[in-house]
Design a protein around this ligand. Structure first.
Ligand SMILES: Cc1cc2nc3c(=O)[nH]c(=O)nc-3n(C[C@H](O)[C@H](O)[C@H](O)COP(=O)(O)OP(=O)(O)OC[C@H]3O[C@@H](n4cnc5c(N)ncnc54)[C@H](O)[C@@H]3O)c2cc1C
Length: 505
């Protein structure tokens, strides 16, 4: 097996691939006064803003919300007994192959509170569950050893030659995969393969984590996700997660760093005006009436489309077409609940974060009272529990008022004690700001560099030269935008890395 693992690693060219070769002879800091506007303070905006400010640029960060962080932001919620706790947009998994994000977080010491999930656990409605601790971490061998979990049997493959189509997972190619599969929905692809039920359950769970129902999810994006998360590195499916609320773990230290670097942070300041400067005095762009030399637009996909959907940007026909590909996915929901009595069967039975078989909305459950200090203290004091439910793709037409009840009813199927408890407090978010990874959108997706010199895009929706998704895509795009600006001034770029660009086949 060791020899096989050696050859697989070799076939992939190693697991960590440099994306650029920074010229370390070049200066690191800018000498002139150069003003940069960064629009949006999610991970993409933060990585761009902090990287450029560290290199001596004068950065202004515009954010429409009252808090930093975008989808890793946090805000206070007030419990009936008077306590205040922070809630986030939702539990996030930080994978070990998020090379650029992890390097950025490490540069600020932000991974110190992280702990590793015990297992990747999927619960089925019939009471069975799939766990992946024993699965090999070597790409390809992990697929073979997954047989031990019961997800598939050799008989399934021998009886159904159509399953040979799964080889597309191992043959990921940045262009060919999209040419062949971007117009095919995951549902159509999985039906054409005749996946056995347990494999379908696993693939469905994976696909929904990208905020799209199977009938809309692009098969090419899903194949990219299999490649990025499972078949291109030896980190396995195990990931890390912060053991504090995101205000304490991320936002407070990030604010300190922005402050130390002199970044002007404008919260509650939506950018409504972005245009090229007519005067060219001191800058190339006007953002909310201020002049800047360069701009990084790091707002979410739909907000970016709205901001850019005015002349003269739209006069550029190719650019107009690429803006058209930017859409929000279906709505998603996150519900944090404070319960008056325990429902948790214990960490020996269920991991801190579990994936559930989809019925109508419930996709995952997180046991916050186990690891988040304020939730832990509250649970200790009251004898209750603090949980979070996620739905990554709400059915169209489901009323917001029905979301809490539907979560509750479905969760009772996995946590029977829930039916006996009462809600002390809850915090519900129903949003529609996630990038659509739907069929047919990839071809026109814009990249970091736009046709307008000095204007860059960053976010998890940007087309990248290497496979990366979700938070790693956001951080990589932000750093690529920063690198484009650095190289424009003949400054040394930041070193960036990725998983192997292509699959093993
Ligand atoms: C519930 C949930 C769970 C998730 N779980 C995971 C996970 O486990 N692992 C993972 O890798 N990823 C996960 N993600 C995805 C991850 O959060 C995102 O991919 C990433 O944070 C996106 O960062 P971003 O900077 O591209 O965008 P965003 O975080 O959306 O940031 C964009 C920012 O722009 C601001 N903005 C928009 N318009 C304007 C304007 N006109 N002016 C000024 N500001 C503006 C917004 O307010 C926002 O702050 C999850 C997301 C959600 C919602």
């Amino acid at each position: 097996m060791n020899l096989l693992a050696f050859f697989i690693r070799k076939a992939l060219g190693g697991y960590i691939h440099p994306m650029n070769r920074p010229n370390t002879e070049l200066p690191r800091k800018i000498e002139q006064e150069r003003r940069i506007a960064v629009i949006g303070s999610g991970l993409a905006g933060l990585t761009a803003a902090i990287t450029l400010a560290r290199r001596g640029f004068q950065v202004t960060l515009f954010e429409k919300n009252a808090y930093l962080g975008g989808k890793i932001g946090a805000w206070p919620t007030h419990l009936p007994q008077g306590e205040t706790q922070f809630v986030e947009h939702g539990f996030h998994a930080f994978f070990r192959h998020y090379y650029n994000l992890n390097n950025f977080l490490d540069s600020l010491g932000l991974r110190k509170t992280f702990r590793s999930i015990q297992d990747y656990q999927i619960l089925a409605l019939n009471g069975s569950q799939y766990r992946f601790t024993g699965v090999s971490k070597t790409p390809v061998l992990n697929l073979l050893s997954m047989r031990k979990t019961g997800v598939y049997h050799w008989g399934d493959i021998l009886k159904n030659p159509r399953l040979a189509g799964l080889a597309a997972m191992l043959a990921f190619h940045p262009e060919k995969t999209f040419e062949k599969f971007d117009d095919v929905s995951y549902q159509t692809w999985s039906e054409s393969l005749g996946l056995p039920p347990s494999m379908r359950l696993m693939f469905n769970s994976f696909s929904r984590a990208f905020f799209a129902t199977p009938d809309r999810m692009s098969t090419a994006e899903l194949l990219k996700s299999f490649h990025s998360f499972f078949l291109s590195h030896d980190g396995g499916l195990i990931y890390d997660y912060p053991t504090g609320d995101y205000e304490t773990v991320f936002l407070a230290p990030l604010r300190l760093e922005l402050n130390r670097l002199g970044v002007k942070v404008r919260l509650q300041t939506p950018v409504t005006e972005l245009r090229q400067s007519q005067t060219n005095e001191g800058g190339g762009f006007v953002v909310n009436n201020e002049e800047f030399h360069q701009v990084v637009v790091a707002s979410d996909a739909a907000s970016t489309k709205a901001l850019m959907s005015q002349n003269p940007w739209l006069e550029h026909s190719q650019f107009r077409q690429s803006l058209n590909s930017l859409r929000s996915s279906q709505g998603y929901a996150v519900l944090r609940v404070w319960l008056d009595s325990p429902v948790d069967p214990g960490a020996d039975q269920l991991c801190d974060f579990i994936i559930t078989e989809h019925q109508q909305i419930l996709d995952s459950i997180t046991f916050y009272h186990r690891f988040e200090p304020t939730a832990q203290q509250w649970a200790k004091k009251t004898g209750g529990n603090v949980l979070e439910f996620h739905s990554y793709a709400l059915p169209d037409g489901l009323e917001e008022s029905a979301v809490t009840k539907t979560f509750w009813n479905e969760a009772c199927g996995y946590l029977p004690q829930l039916a006996q408890t009462h809600l002390v407090h809850s915090e519900l978010q129903v949003k529609k700001d996630f990038t659509a990874l739907h069929t047919g959108l990839y071809r026109d997706r814009p990249g970091v560099v736009t046709p307008f010199p000095g204007l860059f895009f960053a976010g998890d929706w940007v087309k990248l030269p290497r496979p990366a998704m979700l938070m790693e895509a956001a951080a990589t795009a932000g750093l690529l935008a920063a690198n484009s600006i650095l190289s424009g001034y003949q400054l040394c770029e930041e070193a960036l890395f990725s998983v192997p660009p292509k699959g093993v086949l």
